[in-house]
Ligand binder design. Structure first.
Ligand code: SF4
Ligand code: SF4
Ligand code: SF4
Length: 291
């Protein structure tokens, strides 16, 4: 999309590491409004819509937002989209792809987009508004996070639904190890042993970051297909708890199905419990059996 000079100057004032993100967001908003040229006005409108001053939300005036149930959430822009419609879930991605992170296994924003789509398809926001009696509070909204590697910078372990990419590795005995020890040096978990050209990986220690496969010059250690670790029921607050592992290595369709099951648990629960309580009441094996 074309940017005029004044819009380009405004973009250049943004810190370099967030310029791509800002550019994408400005263009997204402009496209939604049917515009083909980005001017200063589009940048300012996008800044207000996305960065926004939380005390000033003039654009959040839709029918739903007028509902008194949303009176508390209306103080925060993050619970509304650019058009002012309520969105009662937040999906946080790590910035691995944006900053060319050396640990990146898979761009977290790709899966984040699909998780948002799934919740939209389930009409999660409208159904949650209907279900909750009285005012909706921030803790009623569903929190999700996706990270591009096990380093988990978007904190999936403390979200209702958290995911990080994994790249499982294996030893290919057909490719002879040359004992360069690059894998041993690269593994932060001290999970690799090389002795007399025999390579072994301690499965208890390995976190499936895939680094050893990337540094092995002869392909003795190889990476398998990218998968996702899925964790549910994490929370902070008065009694913080880490999320419980649902799957250690799930494919994308399983992740989406798992989200559907978890979202339905929230929407169908009779009591207004935190999601962690629902997970503990049902048990992880029972939840797994529905996926
Ligand atoms: S989670 Fe991994 S890929 Fe994402 S920013 Fe952190 S280290 Fe990089
Ligand atoms: S995948 Fe990562 S944690 Fe596992 S053995 Fe290789 S470098 Fe170590
Ligand atoms: S990096 Fe590959 S070749 Fe080098 S020691 Fe490890 S497995 Fe062997």
């Amino acid at each position: 999309m074309e940017w005029d000079e004044s819009a380009t100057l405004l973009l250049e004032k943004v810190p370099p590491f967030v310029q791509k993100k800002v550019r994408d967001k400005v263009e997204l908003l402009a496209r939604e409004q049917g515009k083909e040229l980005i001017t200063e006005a589009e940048v300012i409108a996008a800044r207000e819509a996305f960065a926004g001053n939380q005390n000033k939300l003039p654009q959040i005036e839709t029918k739903n937002a007028e509902n008194s149930k949303l009176s508390v959430l209306k103080k925060y822009q993050k619970y509304f989209d650019a058009q002012g419609n309520p969105v009662l879930y937040q999906v946080k991605s790590c910035r691995g792809a944006e900053v060319n992170c050396p640990f990146l296994i898979k761009d977290s924003e790709v899966l984040s987009g699909k998780l948002r789509e799934k919740l939209k398809e389930l009409h999660f926001t409208d159904r949650l508004i209907d279900k909750i009696e009285g005012r909706i509070l921030p803790h009623h909204t569903m929190k999700l996070a996706v990270s591009g590697c096990p380093n988990s910078c978007s904190l999936p372990q403390i979200k209702d639904f958290g995911v990080h990419a994994v790249e499982p590795v294996f030893v290919d005995t057909e490719s002879e190890c040359i004992e360069c020890m690059k894998c041993v040096k690269a593994c932060r978990e001290d999970a690799i042993t090389v002795k007399d050209a025999q390579v072994s990986i301690d499965k208890e220690k390995c976190v499936h970051c895939g680094i050893c496969a990337r540094v092995c010059p002869v392909g003795t250690i190889k990476a398998s297909e990218v998968k996702y670790r899925v964790m549910i029921g994490g929370k902070v607050g008065r009694h913080p708890k880490f999320a419980i592992e649902l799957f250690s290595q799930a494919d994308e369709s399983t992740v989406l199905k798992a989200l559907e099951v978890c979202a339905e648990m929230i929407l169908s629960s009779k009591e207004e419990h935190r999601f962690r309580t629902l997970v503990e009441q049902q048990g992880i094996e029972e939840i797994k059996s529905k996926i």
